[in-house]
Design a protein around this ligand. Structure first.
Ligand SMILES: Nc1nc2c(ncn2[C@@H]2O[C@H](COP(=O)(O)OP(=O)(O)O)[C@@H](O)[C@H]2O)c(=O)[nH]1
Ligand SMILES: [Mg+2]
Length: 249
């Protein structure tokens, strides 16, 4: 049976949240006629994330699912890339393990890819702020705006929210680009979008609902410093020609 969609959930120390989220996704899938597989990537968790995920998945044997696990924590970017390499469908969606963007929003991202209109679609909290129910803490939200401004200035990309944990890809076009992707932690989203754009894929930022779950795993200081450094690396890689050339070059 061929699959229409692979849903990828990167997960790091998510034993408290992932059970509910996977149950919701499985319920959503059992009510839809899309043939979808669910791939959980346990990013070197030190808790029972993988065991919880396996147990929930085993409860829905009709829906193809698997849990991939590796021992060392490598970062969300590495986890998402691992999921993309394992995906069997031609379209993949990744979502944060806390479902801050409800899984019902998936169709907004997938339909434009299925229709052949776009190659990469990504959720945005900046285009229609009325869709945000629970906001991130004030500092985090302001930090996010500053980060996106820096991304715009440093990469020239015209997007307003590169960091929402809800993105979809035409894998026939996107998977070949993974070879040049270098960023393994939270800056990976910027590299995904930057390289996709550079290599001529069609990108679309799409307003989605968002209800922040306050049990964040992000360490504001450590992860912000890393993310700014990753954006700097992306710019350096671009200048060094690591991402390949555009037609204009
Ligand atoms: N913090 C963190 N999250 C990771 C890592 N690898 C994968 N993730 C996943 O990245 C997603 C976003 O994390 P979350 O704490 O919800 O971020 P926030 O909502 O932006 O504060 C979740 O699905 C995490 O489980 C990692 O190394 N560190
Ligand atoms: Mg979250």
């Amino acid at each position: 049976m061929s699959l229409d969609l692979s849903i990828i959930i990167p997960a790091y120390n998510e034993e408290d949240r992932i059970g509910n989220s996977l149950s919701e996704i499985l319920k959503y899938l059992s009510n839809s006629d899309s043939r979808t597989e669910l791939i959980v990537v346990d990013d070197g968790s030190s808790d029972k994330t993988a065991a919880v995920a396996e147990e929930i998945c085993a409860g829905s044997p009709d829906i193809p699912s698997r849990v991939i696990r590796y021992e060392a924590n490598r970062g969300k970017g590495f986890a998402v890339k691992t999921g993309i390499l394992a995906a069997a469908a031609n379209i993949a969606l990744f979502s944060d393990a806390d479902l801050s963007t409800p899984i019902e929003e998936a169709e907004k991202l997938i339909a434009p890819i299925r229709n052949g209109e776009y190659d990469v679609t990504f959720g945005s909290r900046a285009l229609d702020r009325s869709l945000i129910g629970t906001h991130q803490p004030w500092r985090r939200e302001q930090g996010g705006k500053v980060f996106n401004l820096v991304v715009r200035l440093m990469t020239g990309m015209p997007f307003w929210d590169t960091q929402c944990g809800f993105k979809a890809f035409d894998l026939t076009k996107f998977r070949p680009l993974l070879d040049v992707m270098k960023i393994d932690r939270f800056g990976f989203d910027v590299e995904f979008l930057y390289v996709s754009k550079l290599r001529g894929l069609r990108l679309k930022e799409i307003a989605v609902r968002w209800n922040n779950d306050e049990r964040s795993k992000v360490s504001v200081i450590r992860d912000s410093v890393r993310m700014f450094d990753e954006v700097r690396q992306i710019r350096g890689n671009a200048k060094a020609g690591i991402y390949g050339k555009t037609d204009a070059d």
